[in-house]
Design a binder for this molecule. Structure first.
Ligand code: FPP
Length: 250
Protein backbone atom coordinates (compact mmCIF):
# COMPACT_ATOMS: atom_id res chain seq x y z
CA UNK A 1 0.00 0.00 0.00
CA UNK A 2 1.48 3.35 -0.90
CA UNK A 3 2.11 5.81 1.90
CA UNK A 4 -0.38 8.44 0.84
CA UNK A 5 -3.33 6.02 0.94
CA UNK A 6 -2.59 5.43 4.64
CA UNK A 7 -3.34 9.08 5.39
CA UNK A 8 -6.80 10.08 6.64
CA UNK A 9 -7.40 13.14 4.49
CA UNK A 10 -10.00 14.42 6.98
CA UNK A 11 -7.40 14.70 9.76
CA UNK A 12 -4.38 16.27 8.16
CA UNK A 13 -2.49 18.94 10.12
CA UNK A 14 -3.53 22.41 9.01
CA UNK A 15 -0.16 23.98 9.65
CA UNK A 16 3.17 22.15 9.40
CA UNK A 17 6.40 23.87 10.47
CA UNK A 18 9.73 22.50 9.26
CA UNK A 19 13.28 22.89 10.60
CA UNK A 20 15.30 21.96 7.52
CA UNK A 21 18.46 20.69 9.17
CA UNK A 22 21.47 18.71 7.96
CA UNK A 23 22.54 20.41 4.72
CA UNK A 24 26.11 20.81 5.97
CA UNK A 25 26.45 17.20 7.10
CA UNK A 26 24.90 15.95 3.85
CA UNK A 27 27.45 17.94 1.83
CA UNK A 28 30.31 16.73 4.00
CA UNK A 29 29.19 13.16 3.31
CA UNK A 30 29.59 13.91 -0.41
CA UNK A 31 33.04 15.43 0.16
CA UNK A 32 31.67 18.87 -0.74
CA UNK A 33 31.34 22.24 1.02
CA UNK A 34 28.30 23.38 3.00
CA UNK A 35 27.01 25.63 0.19
CA UNK A 36 26.67 22.56 -2.04
CA UNK A 37 24.39 21.15 0.66
CA UNK A 38 22.14 24.22 0.65
CA UNK A 39 21.88 24.10 -3.16
CA UNK A 40 20.76 20.50 -2.94
CA UNK A 41 18.11 21.41 -0.39
CA UNK A 42 15.73 22.82 -2.96
CA UNK A 43 14.38 19.46 -4.14
CA UNK A 44 13.37 18.72 -0.55
CA UNK A 45 11.55 22.06 -0.36
CA UNK A 46 9.63 21.27 -3.58
CA UNK A 47 8.77 17.75 -2.40
CA UNK A 48 7.47 19.09 0.92
CA UNK A 49 5.30 21.69 -0.80
CA UNK A 50 3.93 19.06 -3.22
CA UNK A 51 3.30 16.65 -0.37
CA UNK A 52 1.41 19.31 1.56
CA UNK A 53 -0.66 20.24 -1.52
CA UNK A 54 -1.54 16.62 -2.21
CA UNK A 55 -2.92 15.93 1.29
CA UNK A 56 -4.58 19.34 1.78
CA UNK A 57 -2.34 20.88 4.46
CA UNK A 58 -3.14 24.59 4.30
CA UNK A 59 0.07 26.12 5.68
CA UNK A 60 3.75 25.18 5.63
CA UNK A 61 6.35 27.31 7.39
CA UNK A 62 10.01 26.72 6.62
CA UNK A 63 12.85 27.82 8.90
CA UNK A 64 15.08 29.10 6.11
CA UNK A 65 17.35 31.49 8.04
CA UNK A 66 17.48 32.14 11.77
CA UNK A 67 18.66 35.30 13.54
CA UNK A 68 21.64 33.19 14.71
CA UNK A 69 22.51 32.20 11.12
CA UNK A 70 23.94 35.71 10.55
CA UNK A 71 26.95 34.46 12.55
CA UNK A 72 27.89 31.91 9.87
CA UNK A 73 30.83 32.58 7.53
CA UNK A 74 30.08 35.50 5.23
CA UNK A 75 30.35 33.38 2.08
CA UNK A 76 27.71 30.99 3.39
CA UNK A 77 25.34 33.82 4.35
CA UNK A 78 25.76 35.37 0.88
CA UNK A 79 25.19 32.00 -0.80
CA UNK A 80 21.99 31.43 1.20
CA UNK A 81 20.66 34.87 0.27
CA UNK A 82 21.50 34.32 -3.41
CA UNK A 83 19.83 30.92 -3.30
CA UNK A 84 16.74 32.47 -1.76
CA UNK A 85 16.51 35.18 -4.42
CA UNK A 86 17.12 32.79 -7.35
CA UNK A 87 14.71 30.16 -6.13
CA UNK A 88 11.93 32.65 -5.50
CA UNK A 89 12.35 33.96 -9.05
CA UNK A 90 12.57 30.47 -10.58
CA UNK A 91 9.64 29.03 -8.64
CA UNK A 92 7.19 31.88 -9.19
CA UNK A 93 5.48 30.15 -12.15
CA UNK A 94 5.12 26.95 -10.15
CA UNK A 95 3.65 28.86 -7.20
CA UNK A 96 1.07 30.35 -9.56
CA UNK A 97 0.26 26.99 -11.20
CA UNK A 98 -0.11 25.29 -7.81
CA UNK A 99 -2.08 28.13 -6.22
CA UNK A 100 0.58 28.69 -3.53
CA UNK A 101 0.61 31.97 -1.62
CA UNK A 102 4.08 33.01 -0.45
CA UNK A 103 4.53 34.73 2.89
CA UNK A 104 7.57 35.79 4.92
CA UNK A 105 8.10 36.20 8.66
CA UNK A 106 11.07 37.53 10.61
CA UNK A 107 13.14 40.69 10.67
CA UNK A 108 12.73 41.10 6.90
CA UNK A 109 14.23 44.63 6.99
CA UNK A 110 17.59 43.11 7.91
CA UNK A 111 17.80 41.08 4.68
CA UNK A 112 19.79 42.41 1.70
CA UNK A 113 17.73 44.86 -0.40
CA UNK A 114 17.61 42.46 -3.36
CA UNK A 115 16.14 39.70 -1.20
CA UNK A 116 13.57 42.10 0.25
CA UNK A 117 12.51 43.28 -3.21
CA UNK A 118 12.23 39.77 -4.63
CA UNK A 119 10.23 38.60 -1.64
CA UNK A 120 7.93 41.59 -1.86
CA UNK A 121 7.30 40.89 -5.54
CA UNK A 122 6.58 37.17 -5.06
CA UNK A 123 4.40 37.82 -2.00
CA UNK A 124 2.39 40.39 -3.96
CA UNK A 125 2.05 38.26 -7.14
CA UNK A 126 0.89 35.19 -5.19
CA UNK A 127 -1.34 37.08 -2.76
CA UNK A 128 -4.63 35.77 -4.21
CA UNK A 129 -3.56 32.11 -4.22
CA UNK A 130 -5.46 29.94 -1.77
CA UNK A 131 -4.44 26.26 -1.78
CA UNK A 132 -1.41 26.63 0.48
CA UNK A 133 0.34 29.42 2.37
CA UNK A 134 4.08 28.83 2.14
CA UNK A 135 5.86 30.94 4.75
CA UNK A 136 9.61 31.49 4.76
CA UNK A 137 11.02 32.31 8.19
CA UNK A 138 13.94 34.62 7.39
CA UNK A 139 16.15 36.32 9.92
CA UNK A 140 13.63 34.79 12.27
CA UNK A 141 13.91 34.14 15.99
CA UNK A 142 10.90 33.42 18.18
CA UNK A 143 12.20 35.43 21.13
CA UNK A 144 12.86 38.40 18.87
CA UNK A 145 9.31 38.00 17.51
CA UNK A 146 7.90 38.03 21.05
CA UNK A 147 9.96 41.13 21.98
CA UNK A 148 8.69 42.85 18.84
CA UNK A 149 5.12 41.86 19.71
CA UNK A 150 5.41 43.22 23.26
CA UNK A 151 6.79 46.52 21.93
CA UNK A 152 3.94 46.90 19.43
CA UNK A 153 1.27 46.10 22.01
CA UNK A 154 2.91 48.46 24.54
CA UNK A 155 2.87 51.29 22.01
CA UNK A 156 -0.88 50.83 21.61
CA UNK A 157 -1.35 50.90 25.39
CA UNK A 158 0.73 54.10 25.69
CA UNK A 159 -1.31 55.68 22.88
CA UNK A 160 -4.58 54.65 24.60
CA UNK A 161 -5.55 52.45 21.65
CA UNK A 162 -5.66 49.41 23.94
CA UNK A 163 -6.07 48.89 27.70
CA UNK A 164 -3.95 46.45 29.72
CA UNK A 165 -7.12 44.50 30.61
CA UNK A 166 -7.82 43.91 26.93
CA UNK A 167 -4.52 42.08 26.39
CA UNK A 168 -5.27 38.38 25.96
CA UNK A 169 -4.00 35.48 23.84
CA UNK A 170 -5.96 36.67 20.83
CA UNK A 171 -4.40 40.15 20.99
CA UNK A 172 -0.93 38.58 21.25
CA UNK A 173 -1.66 36.26 18.31
CA UNK A 174 -2.75 39.24 16.24
CA UNK A 175 0.55 41.04 16.84
CA UNK A 176 2.89 38.14 16.04
CA UNK A 177 4.53 37.87 12.59
CA UNK A 178 2.19 34.89 12.11
CA UNK A 179 -1.01 36.88 12.79
CA UNK A 180 -2.64 35.45 9.64
CA UNK A 181 -1.67 31.80 10.25
CA UNK A 182 -3.27 29.07 12.38
CA UNK A 183 -1.35 27.47 15.30
CA UNK A 184 1.27 24.90 14.29
CA UNK A 185 -0.15 21.35 14.47
CA UNK A 186 2.99 19.46 13.50
CA UNK A 187 6.68 20.39 13.59
CA UNK A 188 9.13 18.32 11.59
CA UNK A 189 12.90 18.53 12.18
CA UNK A 190 15.34 16.58 10.05
CA UNK A 191 18.90 15.36 10.72
CA UNK A 192 18.33 13.73 14.12
CA UNK A 193 18.62 16.89 16.24
CA UNK A 194 15.82 17.07 18.80
CA UNK A 195 15.48 20.78 19.57
CA UNK A 196 13.09 23.62 18.75
CA UNK A 197 15.91 26.16 18.27
CA UNK A 198 13.93 29.36 18.86
CA UNK A 199 11.34 28.54 16.16
CA UNK A 200 7.67 29.58 16.56
CA UNK A 201 7.71 29.13 20.36
CA UNK A 202 4.28 30.65 20.97
CA UNK A 203 2.66 29.03 17.92
CA UNK A 204 3.95 25.53 18.78
CA UNK A 205 2.41 25.44 22.26
CA UNK A 206 0.30 22.36 21.35
CA UNK A 207 2.20 21.10 18.29
CA UNK A 208 3.17 17.48 17.86
CA UNK A 209 6.93 17.23 17.37
CA UNK A 210 8.36 14.82 14.80
CA UNK A 211 12.09 14.14 14.48
CA UNK A 212 13.70 12.13 11.70
CA UNK A 213 17.32 11.17 11.04
CA UNK A 214 16.98 11.96 7.32
CA UNK A 215 19.23 14.86 6.32
CA UNK A 216 17.25 17.69 4.74
CA UNK A 217 18.59 17.32 1.14
CA UNK A 218 17.35 13.68 1.19
CA UNK A 219 13.86 14.57 2.46
CA UNK A 220 11.12 13.50 0.01
CA UNK A 221 7.34 13.46 -0.23
CA UNK A 222 7.27 9.95 1.28
CA UNK A 223 9.10 11.24 4.37
CA UNK A 224 6.54 14.03 4.66
CA UNK A 225 3.76 11.40 4.50
CA UNK A 226 5.57 9.37 7.21
CA UNK A 227 5.41 12.43 9.47
CA UNK A 228 1.68 12.91 8.78
CA UNK A 229 0.96 9.22 9.45
CA UNK A 230 2.88 9.44 12.74
CA UNK A 231 0.94 12.60 13.65
CA UNK A 232 -2.36 10.86 12.92
CA UNK A 233 -1.44 8.00 15.22
CA UNK A 234 -1.03 10.37 18.16
CA UNK A 235 -3.76 11.50 20.47
CA UNK A 236 -3.91 15.27 20.76
CA UNK A 237 -5.39 16.05 24.14
CA UNK A 238 -4.86 19.81 24.62
CA UNK A 239 -4.73 19.21 28.38
CA UNK A 240 -7.89 17.08 28.50
CA UNK A 241 -8.14 13.42 29.55
CA UNK A 242 -8.08 10.58 27.06
CA UNK A 243 -11.74 9.76 27.90
CA UNK A 244 -12.85 13.34 27.21
CA UNK A 245 -11.18 13.25 23.80
CA UNK A 246 -12.79 9.90 22.88
CA UNK A 247 -16.27 11.09 23.88
CA UNK A 248 -15.88 14.27 21.79
CA UNK A 249 -14.94 12.21 18.74
CA UNK A 250 -17.90 9.81 19.10
C1 FPP B 1 20.39 23.85 8.08
O1 FPP B 1 21.42 23.00 7.66
C2 FPP B 1 19.91 24.68 7.01
C3 FPP B 1 19.97 26.04 7.00
C4 FPP B 1 20.55 26.87 8.06
C5 FPP B 1 19.44 26.82 5.91
C6 FPP B 1 18.20 26.32 5.27
C7 FPP B 1 18.27 26.67 3.88
C8 FPP B 1 17.86 25.92 2.88
C9 FPP B 1 17.15 24.64 3.08
C10 FPP B 1 18.19 26.37 1.53
C11 FPP B 1 17.02 26.48 0.67
C12 FPP B 1 15.97 27.35 1.21
C13 FPP B 1 15.46 28.38 0.57
C14 FPP B 1 14.39 29.13 1.28
C15 FPP B 1 15.86 28.84 -0.75
P1 FPP B 1 22.84 23.20 8.32
O2 FPP B 1 23.64 24.03 7.39
O3 FPP B 1 22.69 23.73 9.69
O4 FPP B 1 23.37 21.70 8.35
P2 FPP B 1 24.32 21.04 9.41
O5 FPP B 1 23.61 21.09 10.73
O6 FPP B 1 24.48 19.63 8.91
O7 FPP B 1 25.59 21.81 9.41
Amino acid sequence: MDKKSRIDLKKVPNHVAVIMDGNGRWAKGQGMNRIFGHRNALTAVRETVNGALSVGTKAVTLYAFSTENWNRPKAEVTALMTLLVNSLINELDTFMQNDVKVNAIGDIQSLPKKAQKTLQNVVQKTSNNRSLVLTFALSYGAREEIVNTIKNISKKVVNNELSIEEIDEKIINNHLYTFNLPDVDLMIRTSGEQRISNFLLWQMAYAELYFTNILWPDFRKEHFYDAIIDYQNRERRFGKTSEQITSVEE
